[in-house]
Design a protein around this ligand. Structure first.
Ligand code: ADP
Ligand code: MG
Length: 226
């Protein structure tokens, strides 16, 4: 499916958000790197998917009304074998939801710095892009940078270097350094997207994007429709 079809499909169903699976499918159509992911409706399909992807895997409940997945135990990391896939599938399906439930089986992304990319709509400026480091940096310290798209490569680089926590991305004190070019590419793709699709997307984020020494990969994304 092309990106706009994923969105039209959800709009046709009167939905206000894409599931994480759909959001990452959508990002992939735009050339953004996302984790390998497969949707499963049954335990057997989950096992098959996990074997295809290769252990360890991550399993998450996909349901339109479960937006903050970890809050309700809908994210299970580091699933190591077939029997764990089966028990985890059952556990996830027990979580309360009023929407259709499916399980996303995905590759366990290699550790890196967790960054957040976001897009919101400002009544005056239209789409606004946001960048920051995940976790306490965004939630507690509000250490983020903003730009109005379209961005140039220079703008995107500037946006990354502007946050106070930037030394962390450089790998200060033995931490993992992050691939700046890969981050810039992701920001530029988000910039294009927010210019092209601001009519149908109210807000979206990639939270987190894992930024490793070589490359970056989106492990979670939320897209809210207009
Ligand atoms: P939530 O809906 O609660 O934001 P996420 O999908 O972001 O759930 O998962 C919570 C956390 O679990 C992420 O911030 C990340 O640290 C970790 N995580 C999620 N998916 C993966 C994955 N595929 N590989 C590695 N870590 C992951
Ligand atoms: Mg998340």
């Amino acid at each position: 499916m092309v990106g706009s079809e994923i969105i039209q499909n959800a709009v046709a169903q009167n939905r206000t958000a894409l599931t994480e699976f759909e959001a990452k499918e959508f990002l992939e159509t735009l050339g953004l790197p996302v984790t390998k992911q497969v949707l499963a409706d049954t335990k057997d399909a989950a096992v098959k998917a996990a074997k295809e992807i290769g252990f360890p895997v991550v399993m998450k409940l996909m349901a339109e009304d479960v937006v903050h997945k970890s809050d309700v135990g809908a994210v299970k990391l580091d699933i190591k074998d077939e029997s764990e896939v089966k028990t985890t599938f059952e556990e996830l399906m027990k979580i309360h939801s009023n929407s259709k439930k499916q399980v996303s089986i995905q590759e366990m992304a290699p550790k890196g710095n967790e960054v957040i990319l976001g897009m919101t709509q400002d009544p005056q400026f239209g789409p606004v892009l946001m960048f920051g480091l995940g976790g306490v940096f965004v939630e507690v310290l509000k250490d983020v940078s903003f730009r109005i798209p379209p961005l140039t490569r220079f703008d995107a680089e500037d946006m990354i270097k502007e946050i106070k926590a930037y030394p962390i991305l450089e790998g200060v004190r033995g931490g993992v350094s992050s691939d700046l070019d890969a981050l810039v590419d992701c920001i530029l793709k988000l910039s294009d997207l927010s210019v092209d699709l601001s009519d149908c997307i109210k807000e979206m984020d990639i939270n987190p994007l894992f930024a490793t020494e070589k490359g970056a990969v989106a492990v979670d994304s939320l897209v809210i429709l207009k």
